[in-house]
Design a binder for this molecule. Structure first.
Ligand code: NHR
Ligand code: GAR
Length: 223
């Protein structure tokens, strides 16, 4: 079967914030550029803009507040039940801010991706823009990677870099990096939906070729 004849991949998107990445995914899907169905958006906060973005496009939204649960395990257990009720092919972390338990990440191994605001494997964890400025780095960027139990440590699919200028602040870096995120995230989702990218034995492959650390370098490839 040709790729364009495939059934759209069922996608569940997890958010915690503004949802600009969510918006680009919605926009590309609606423009016919992404072979996916967005089944549901799940937020762990009830007051974020990403919720309105989904509602505006008639995408079902589920709010599951982590602070209503006594432990990470109980939150993740409920989250897993809700996600599985949608029968998804792909789970997307689009600015989702809760660390996930190993049982949860194992359950979605090879199906779950995250966008992280750094050039992984550098700057895993939080406050990446601040840390890049403090270190005086000249380059920064964003990476899409498979989610494994190791925080921000799963194999990378694609990354895009930007130059850090002397005048940059945390806020300006965040904006510059977000612009790159909006380019590479939909691309990675398309590759996953088309099954062109897969994870095997903790490594990422694109069209059968093992990807290097950091994944495809977006700025060096006119895709
Ligand atoms: N979970 C696992 N197991 N593996 C990954 O690679 C994950 C993950 C959960 C989230 C996104 C990640 C990022 O891109 C992500 C990747 C949150 C934190 C964090 O410390 C760290 C990394 C990421 C997301 N969260 C705090 C916590 O205690 C809460 C912070 C907050 O609520 O503002 O969970 O950077
Ligand atoms: C993005 O920059 C994403 O890389 C980052 O949060 C922002 C979400 O923006 N993710 C993390 O820091 C995960 N810990 P958005 O809500 O506008 O898509």
């Amino acid at each position: 079967m040709e790729k364009h004849e495939l059934k759209p991949a069922r996608v569940v998107i997890l958010i915690s914030g503004g949802g600009t990445n969510l918006q680009t995914i919605i926009d590309q899907q609606e423009a016919g550029k992404l072979p996916i169905t967005i089944c549901a958006v799940i937020s762990n906060r009830d007051d974020v803009q990403g919720i309105q973005r989904a509602q505006k496009h008639n995408i079902p939204v589920i709010v599951l507040e982590h602070n209503q649960f006594p432990s990470r395990e109980s939150f993740d257990g409920r989250l897993q039940d809700i996600i599985d009720s949608q029968n998804p092919d792909i789970v997307v972390l689009a600015g989702f801010m809760r660390i996930l338990t190993p049982d949860f990440t194992r359950h979605y191994e090879g199906k779950m991706i995250n966008i992280h605001p750094s050039l992984l494997p550098h700057y895993q964890g939080l406050h990446t823009h601040r840390r890049v400025l403090e270190a005086g780095d000249l380059k920064h960027g964003a990476t899409v990677h498979f989610v494994t139990a190791q925080l921000d440590g799963g194999p990378a699919i694609i990354q895009s870099s930007i130059e850090v200028e002397k005048s940059d602040s945390e806020e300006s870096l965040k904006e510059k990096v977000l612009r790159q995120e909006h380019k590479i995230f939909p691309l990675a989702i398309r590759w996953l939906a088309e099954k062109r990218v897969v994870m095997r034995e903790e490594k990422a492959f694109l069209d059968g070729e093992e990807l290097a650390v950091g994944g495809v370098q977006f700025d060096k490839n006119e895709i």
